[in-house]
Design a protein around this ligand. Structure first.
Ligand code: UP6
Length: 257
């Protein structure tokens, strides 16, 4: 996987969202996922507009927005379409299947109606994935096999079992959220790695950061998630472009190494 181009991997992806992502990444030359962890809808829209040209994924935690109104989603979708990136809700579903189905489709956020891809924990087993799949919206799932949090309870056994679960849902799974190159034999899946920043090693609340070059060349990341490294920067647009080009250079080097 690590030595193959995204263009060639698009051809072997089984999940339609993964295929689309590989194509966007190739066209825009970006592997940057922006974590838009802001609490004002106007700030989120402004950030999407500024970073839009430089990202492949725009990752939200929709439930932290303080002035959320469903009308917010329309301009966000318009920006996503115009700048050619996908909307990604980092919901980390982790309940029984029936509850996940409700959390995914109902409530104020109606995540299934706008998010192209979501995250899920494997802790409760296959019910979570069955529920998302049954909604039939053609979405993708990033399954969490490792975390960037210090002191996480996830162990090797859990990580391995998570990868096995992912294998059972090839048409649904877009990729794996992890910190190391766990799966090498399946080039159709994407490795998504959070905990990426140039200027900090941690955040005082257990987040652990690595540099963009390190996560791509040593830790196997295909897509890197950057949040505060960009959103709290003085000039988010310029900073997003900077992360994009460092990440793309690292990917290009990885292909040649
Ligand atoms: N995230 C992690 N680590 C994980 C999984 N997800 O940090 O293992 C998510 C967080 C946050 C983003 O929920 O939205 O990635 C990281 O943001 P940051 O770059 O500002 O730390």
């Amino acid at each position: 996987r690590l030595k193959l181009s995204f263009a060639s991997r698009a051809k072997v992806a089984k999940n339609p969202v993964a295929e689309e992502l590989f194509r966007i990444m190739t066209t825009k030359q970006t592997t940057l996922c922006l974590a838009a962890d802001l609490t004002s809808s106007t700030d989120i829209l402004n950030l999407a507009e500024q970073a839009g040209p430089h990202i492949c994924l725009f990752k939200t935690h929709i439930d932290i927005i303080e002035d959320f109104h469903p009308n917010f989603l329309k301009p966000l979708q318009e920006i996503a379409e115009r700048h050619n990136f996908l909307l990604f809700e980092d919901r980390k579903f982790a309940d029984i299947g029936k509850t996940v189905e409700l959390q995914y489709r109902k409530g104020v956020y109606k995540i299934s109606s706008w998010a192209k891809v979501v995250t899920a924990h494997s802790i409760t087993g296959k019910g979570v994935l069955d529920a998302i799949k049954a909604s039939g919206e053609g979405a993708g799932v990033f399954l969490l096999a490792e975390t960037s949090a210090a002191g996480s309870l996830i162990d090797e056994k859990y990580t391995k079992a998570t990868l096995k679960l992912a294998e059972q849902y090839p048409d649904l799974i877009t990729g794996i959220v992890c910190q190391s190159p766990l799966f090498l034999q399946n080039p159709g899946l994407l490795q998504l790695t959070p905990g990426v920043q140039l200027d900090a090693k941690s955040d005082g609340l257990g987040q652990q950061y690595n540099t963009p070059d390190n996560v791509v060349r040593d830790r196997g990341a295909d897509i890197a998630v950057v949040g505060r490294g960009i959103s709290k920067a003085k000039e988010p647009e310029i900073t997003a472009e900077k992360y994009k080009s460092i990440l793309w250079d690292a990917y290009s080097k990885r292909l040649q190494e």
